[in-house]
Design a protein around this ligand. Structure first.
Ligand code: AP5
Ligand code: MG
Length: 210
C-alpha cells in the first residue's frame, strides 16, 4: 500500500496520516515535517528553505525530489505521502522514482475541505514539540500543554491568517493540477474532510480495504 493523501492546507492530512500509520503499519512521510525538522536543526538545507516555508511558498522541485528519494530508499514498508507531490513535475518524478524501486502508488485520496474552513483550522492548530501530536485549540482558551503527553505546544511560523490565505492560493495554482494527473488513474478517491476526524478516518479505511 503506497498512498498519496492530497488536500489543501488544514484539510487533515497530518491528522489522518498519524491514524493510518498506526492502523496499517505504514511509513508516514510528511515533507512539511521533514523540512521543519531541517530548519529546527539549523542544517544548511534548513537555512536554505526557512524563508520559503515561513512565507508559504513552495520549495523548488529538484530539492524536494532528491530529499524524498533518500527517505523512500530507507523504508521497505508501505508509505503515506503527505504533502508530496505538490506540483505535476513532482508527481511525474515520483512515478519514475517508485518504478526504479519496483514500487507504485496504490491509492490517491483527496481530503476535500471548503476554502472557508481553512483559515480557522490553520489558526487554531498547535503541534506538540515532544510527541508531534497535531492539536486543535479553542482560541478563547488556547492550551499550552499537549493533551496527550503534557509536552510543550508550538504554533508553526506559517500558521497566520495572512500566510494561510497565501498557502491556499499556492495550493490552487500549483497543487490542484496534480489532481488531474491522477483523476483517471483508477486509484483516485475523494473523502469529505468537513466531517469529524473519526468519520474521515472511517471513510479512508473503507477506501483502503475495499
Ligand atoms: P505542509 O506541512 O505539508 O503544510 P500544508 O500542506 O499547508 O498542510 P497542513 O500541514 O497545514 O495541513 P494538514 O492537511 O496536514 O492538516 P492537519 O492534519 O494539521 O507544508 C508546509 C510547507 O512546506 C509548504 O507551504 C511548503 O513551503 C513546504 N513544502 C512541503 N512539501 C512540499 C513539497 N512537496 N514541495 C514544495 N514545498 C513543500 O489539521 C489542521 C488542523 O485542523 C489541526 O488543528 C487539526 O487538529 C484540525 N483538524 C484536522 N482534521 C479535522 C477535522 N476532521 N475536523 C476538525 N478539525 C480537524
Ligand atoms: Mg500537515
Amino acid at each position: 500500500m503506497n498512498i498519496i493523501l492530497m488536500g489543501c492546507p488544514g484539510a487533515g492530512k497530518g491528522t489522518q496520516s498519524a491514524k493510518l500509520k498506526e492502523r496499517f503499519d505504514l511509513t508516514h512521510i510528511s515533507t512539511g515535517d521533514v523540512l521543519r525538522a531541517e530548519i529546527a536543526s539549523g542544517s544548511a538545507l534548513g537555512k536554505q528553505v526557512a524563508d520559503i516555508i515561513n512565507q508559504g511558498n513552495l520549495v523548488p522541485d529538484a530539492l524536494m525530489i532528491s530529499m524524498l528519494e533518500n527517505i523512500v530508499k530507507s523504508t521497505s514498508k508501505g508509505i503515506i505521502f503527505d504533502g508530496f507531490p505538490r506540483t505535476v513535475a513532482q508527481a511525474e518524478a515520483l512515478d519514475e522514482m517508485l518504478k526504479r524501486f519496483g514500487r507504485e502508488i496504490t491509492h490517491v485520496i483527496m481530503i476535500d475541505l471548503p476554502a472557508s474552513e481553512v483559515v480557522n483550522r490553520i489558526c487554531s492548530r498547535r503541534q506538540c514539540k515532544a510527541c508531534k501530536a497535531i492539536v486543535r485549540v479553542d482560541m478563547k482558551q488556547p492550551l499550552e500543554k499537549c493533551p496527550s503527553c503534557g509536552g510543550e505546544l508550538y504554533t508553526r511560523a506559517d500558521d497566520t491568517e495572512e500566510r494561510a490565505k497565501h498557502r491556499l492560493e499556492v495550493y490552487y495554482h500549483d497543487t490542484l493540477p496534480v489532481k488531474s494527473y491522477y483523476e483517471n488513474s483508477g486509484k483516485y478517491a475523494v473523502v469529505n474532510g468537513a466531517q469529524t476526524p473519526e468519520q474521515v478516518f472511517e471513510n479512508l479505511v473503507q477506501i483502503l480495504t475495499k
